[in-house]
Design a protein around this ligand. Structure first.
Ligand SMILES: Nc1ncnc2c1ncn2[C@@H]1O[C@H](COP(=O)(O)OP(=O)(O)O)[C@@H](O)[C@H]1O
Ligand SMILES: [Mg+2]
Length: 289
């Protein structure tokens, strides 16, 4: 479960996939080219949250509230200003080098921008094999077989290994990105807006795939999205983010059926066709597949 302000004993943290404790981050170091953002902008403000093994924690909030900044701290792209991150009981001040390489096997990222995440000049099969080589997984002769197995697991034809990113559809590219994350066999998948760039029908297929993979592999998912309906459909627990803070967190149905914070209520009221009960649009959409 999630607690907004936690002082968990170590034993409890050891049983969690991920615990974030009082994390802070300011865009203060160096020169910022970000339009409209002054140096010293406090993007993450005392964020604490937890993710249990095999569960999904949905992080939801409006665009610009700090979701991707938090993701960048969790995957080691940026160093927190203060606070701690605990992965399977191991505490870190930062997941950046030298911790990053070893931890990449625990936590992999799937982002919205599949074109940006994949190298346009190499076949996706090459990129799958390269990922295994970078992580020192398997022997060179067996890596292509492993890539083919992972493609099957995400319902991509093995022949797609030869394609370049631009030869694939957006949905296929997102499957490649998921396969490339999975081939490392992480315990946690951090999905930052994984379906936001896709057509609605394809969104449902990719969400279904993530849920299936979670069930089959016991994956823990940190699912980041601005879309309340999608988060509600996939998450066991949710954390609501506003302007860099977690304003409310808890089991999904409790938070969405009885929001305790006005910002949660505001997010819910902005949901198109906002139904508080009955089948949710994303759920209905998934059932049609
Ligand atoms: N590189 C950067 N330098 C300065 N400010 C940034 C940078 N990246 C993002 N920001 C600012 O940090 C805030 C949070 O951004 P972001 O984490 O991308 O939000 P979200 O993912 O929720 O849309 C925004 O106000 C954004 O303008
Ligand atoms: Mg974002």
């Amino acid at each position: 479960m999630i607690a907004e302000k936690r002082t968990s004993p170590d034993t409890q943290e050891a049983n969690l996939a991920l615990a974030v404790n009082h994390l802070q981050f300011s865009y203060s170091a160096g020169f910022s080219l970000w339009p409209g953002c002054a140096k010293g902008f406090h993007a993450i403000r005392d964020v604490s949250l937890t993710l249990k093994p095999g569960e999904t924690l949905g992080l939801v909030g409006e665009s610009g509230c700090g979701k991707s900044t938090l993701a960048s701290l969790l995957c080691g792209d940026r160093i927190p200003t203060s606070g701690e991150i605990t992965l399977f009981g191991r505490r870190f001040k930062s997941l950046m080098k030298p911790n990053r390489r070893g931890l990449a096997k625990h936590l992999q990222v799937v982002s919205q921008d599949t074109m940006g995440a994949l190298d346009p000049r190499r076949s996706v099969g090459h990129q799958m094999v390269e990922t295994l080589a970078i992580h020192g997984i398997g022997y060179p002769a067996s890596r292509l077989d492993r890539a083919a197995e992972t493609f099957k697991a995400v319902s991509l034809p093995v022949s797609a290994l030869q394609k370049f990113p631009h030869q694939l559809s957006g949905g296929q590219r997102q499957r490649v990105a998921i396969a490339r994350a999975l081939i490392v066999e992480p315990q946690i998948l951090l999905c930052d807006e994984p379906v936001s760039a896709l057509d609605v029908s394809v969104q449902a297929q990719v969400l279904n795939l993530l849920l299936e993979l979670q069930r089959a592999r016991g994956l823990s998912l940190l699912f980041i999205s601005h879309d309340v309906r999608v988060v509600r459909h996939v998450s066991h627990c949710v954390a609501i983010m506003e302007a860099g803070r977690i304003v409310e967190a808890g089991p999904t149905e409790r938070v969405f059926s009885r929001p305790a914070h006005p910002y949660t209520a505001k997010l819910l009221s902005a949901v198109p066709h906002g139904r508080r009960s009955g089948p949710r649009p994303a759920a209905a959409m998934l059932e049609t597949l």
